[in-house]
Write a protein that binds this ligand. Sequence first.
Ligand code: NDP
Ligand code: HSE
Length: 429
Amino acid sequence: MDQVNVALLGFGTVGQGTYELLTKNQELIANRSGVAIKVKRIFVRNVDKYKEYELANETSFTTDFQEILNDESIQIVVEVMGGTDFAAQCVEQCLAAGKNVATANKDLLADQGPYLLDLASKNNVDLRYEASVLGGIPIIRTLYESLGGNKITELIGILNGTTNFILSNMTEKGAGYEEVLKEAQALGFAEADPTSDVEGYDAARKLAILSSIAFNRKLFFDDVNCEGITSIDATDIAFGKEFGYTIKLLGIAKETKKGISLNVHPAFIDSHHPLASVRGSYNALYVKGNGIDDAMFYGRGAGSLPTGSSVVSDIMEIAKNVVTNQTGQLISYYYADKNLYAPGKIESSYYIRLLVANNTGVLAKVASKLAEQRISVQSVIQRNESEKAATLAIVTSVCPQAYIMNVINAFKNLRVVREIGSVIRIMAE
Ligand code: NDP
Ligand code: HSE
């Protein structure tokens, strides 16, 4: 049987999950791919940190990247360190040196993906990145291959395990934000800097990667309008439940005649919607295409073995290409010239929470400011906070985002409105 040698760059959550699967399923992987896949080197910063870890005889740690780059027997390099600067240098150098690369690094892909894919192609090697989006759910290859015959018009996803874990635990157990974030970090879901998760940047990167494939246009992190979950609090979650909604951080990409819109933001969805039942660190992607109609992909979006599973599938695919001399065959998917669509034009209904003076006629004043923008009140819950103050939770009719921004500005000048608590989109069915 042909043998292909692999080096891992990084041995944290994903690196260890990848190694564990490659070793415990070694025979099965060899039989299915027809290639004996051996991990020869593992590159880390601090070997002492891993001294308790038992490696196979053929595998050893190194702290010298050049050792891997210059080792001609290593055909596949797996980048699972994260970050953009050093990881980019390593990936670039590997591709230029004729080494195939598999990576789980969405930060890198959403920043330099098209450039790196071109570089791989020019050097006749593969660059695969199944693990960069939706952890263990095989979505990249599904979009490229299985759904290749569809014109895709919409992607709606829960793309980040950490924030879904936080929101689910806040909703179901009444847990506090900080406490659940710490739990997500301990479980290895969160990024090294969890700001990426909670501010929606991680989901935005994943949405850019998926949308590039779905819409055949180069799309980057900066093309996504992004809002995180840091301002969501227990009050909104509780009002949402009363209205029959569940809160989720959604990535929504659409292609219409007006162009492509890419948005990540918290949204209320109907509690009976399939995405509402996606809980904990699970992720899901809803795809609309002109052949399949609707399909939903669901599974673990983060974690050691689920993400390792996607990395291993890339390694197997590359290994088969190495032994059959077919690396570097991926054709460019980015041929389309399409507009991006401004967020001010996107329409939805909204949930608005206000702290107002507890006087007669206040609701009418609030409703009249909405009416000035041709927005009506669909439902309202009033909760008296004291003799002087009340909370209004309002669900509006569907309107463009720009109109809601105008109303919010008008509320700032309305004396009866003491505080604008939150403004959250409601996703249509
Ligand atoms: P970890 O922080 O758990 O592990 C990172 C590993 O990379 C460590 O072994 C670290 O070594 C090594 N490393 C980092 N920087 C360097 C460097 N400059 N030189 C040498 N080694 C370095 O990260 P994860 O495994 O969680 O994530 C890895 C990648 O996978 C990231 O891109 C992440 O976004 C992505 N990803 C993560 C998922 C998850 O569930 N965790 C899911 C999907 C993708 P040392 O310990 O010695 O510092
Ligand atoms: N931090 C990421 C998440 C890891 O929570 O989804 C998986 O990409």
